[in-house]
Design a protein around this ligand. Structure first.
Ligand code: ADP
Ligand code: MG
Length: 350
């Protein structure tokens, strides 16, 4: 019996070796095919597909499809484009159904779900507040209290009825803003296009938010640097084979009123711009989740990070404070993804 076991083990090991050799021969050198299409969602964009040498043409076709998906997402969901589906919804009156594509409906449904998950911090209905503070920034004057009250009253999910093929608004002034989630959704669909083409690895990055699958051509994990909010350089480096990373923060986008900086992210609970969180980084299984949570944590601050500890699928890092006195906060899961502790030259909290 022992002898048979020994022989079958040798056969099994030999079988494994032969299979490995066969796989190596069938799996020749991998190459990275990259593209950097311009003017995608008004920002930078990089697409990378890792494929065997002979699959380069198929990869290029898939990357073209991925770019098309990103452009379609923008065409449907941008508030900057007057003819987008979203602008049509925002301009619509009360009571009539506004027919929308399945894509836009899916993102609206996801946005409403995330409003609950983030305890109201992520609120895509906050467009009236976003416009109020944008105009205040342009005028260099804080909004009048009645205007603030009115905008708050119009930023509510119960003013929207989501149906199968469209949305009915209960008030003409209710408007949505998918600026904190549509980019993530587009990245996820673009990754799907690349995966459909059978890539061994892929990276889709739009304006600093990204998702990766598989590995790099040398079969090592993808490496993602998180930029320092106050200086040149990198705070932390993440290693990932599957997952998404999104950042949010007021060091890049803000308005100034009376010499004070106000974030472009509003706190839906108060109607005021979110208290400054210089840098938020979120790792999640998909880019939609990472994107929305990065915006939500800009509102919630370190308190939100503590609440996130209950979620095994979402990890985050916050940099709070000022260049003179700042702190890094991470969830335990985020710290585990780092090869070295964050480098900021300031206190590290946990
Ligand atoms: P970035 O565009 O820099 O990646 P975010 O992903 O955090 O930043 O999205 C910020 C955008 O989300 C804002 O420009 C605005 O359009 C929208 N927004 C602002 N505040 C909120 C909020 N509390 N919830 C949902 N969306 C918001
Ligand atoms: Mg976001």
């Amino acid at each position: 019996m022992r002898r048979w076991l020994g022989i079958s083990l040798v056969v099994a090991v030999t079988g494994v070796t032969v299979a490995a050799l066969w796989v190596t021969q069938r799996d020749p050198r991998l190459v990275a095919v990259t593209a950097a299409p311009t003017r995608v969602m008004g920002t930078s964009c990089t697409l990378t597909a890792v494929v065997p040498l002979r699959r380069q043409e198929a990869a290029r076709r898939a990357m073209h499809e991925a770019e098309t998906v990103l452009r379609r997402t923008e065409a449907h969901m941008s508030t900057h484009l007057e003819r987008s589906e979203l602008s049509r919804l925002n301009a619509a009156g009360a009571g009539a159904i506004v027919h929308l594509s399945a894509d836009t409906m899916a993102v609206l449904e996801a946005a409403r779900r995330l409003h609950g998950e983030t305890e109201g911090a992520f609120d895509a209905t906050c467009r009236p507040l976003v416009e109020l503070w944008r105009d205040a920034g342009r005028a260099g004057r804080l909004p009048e209290p009645p205007a603030l009250l009115q905008a708050r009253g119009r930023s509510r999910w119960d003013l929207f009825e989501l149906r199968q093929d469209g949305v009915v608004k209960r008030t003409a002034g209710a408007r949505v803003d998918l600026g904190g989630i549509a980019k993530g959704w587009g990245i996820d669909r673009a990754i799907e296009e690349l995966e459909r083409a059978g890539v061994r690895g892929a990276l889709v990055e739009v304006g600093g938010d990204l998702r990766v699958v598989g590995t790099r051509p040398d079969r090592s994990p993808w490496s993602v640097d998180v930029r320092h909010p106050f200086a040149e350089g990198v705070v932390a480096t993440l290693r990932l084979t599957n997952g998404a990373v999104a950042t949010s923060g007021n060091y890049a986008r803000f308005v100034t009123i009376d010499g004070r900086r106000y974030s472009h992210i509003v706190d839906p609970r108060s109607g005021w711009p979110a208290e400054s969180t210089p840098s938020v980084t979120v790792v999640a299984p998909d880019a939609l989740t990472a994107d929305a949570w990065a915006t939500a944590l800009s509102v919630l601050g370190p308190w939100g990070l503590a609440r996130l500890e209950r979620r095994v699928d979402i990890h985050a890092m916050l940099v709070t404070g000022t260049p003179e006195s700042c702190a890094v906060h991470t969830t335990v899961g985020f710290a585990n993804l780092l090869s070295a502790p964050p480098r900021l030259g300031c206190l590290q909290a946990r």
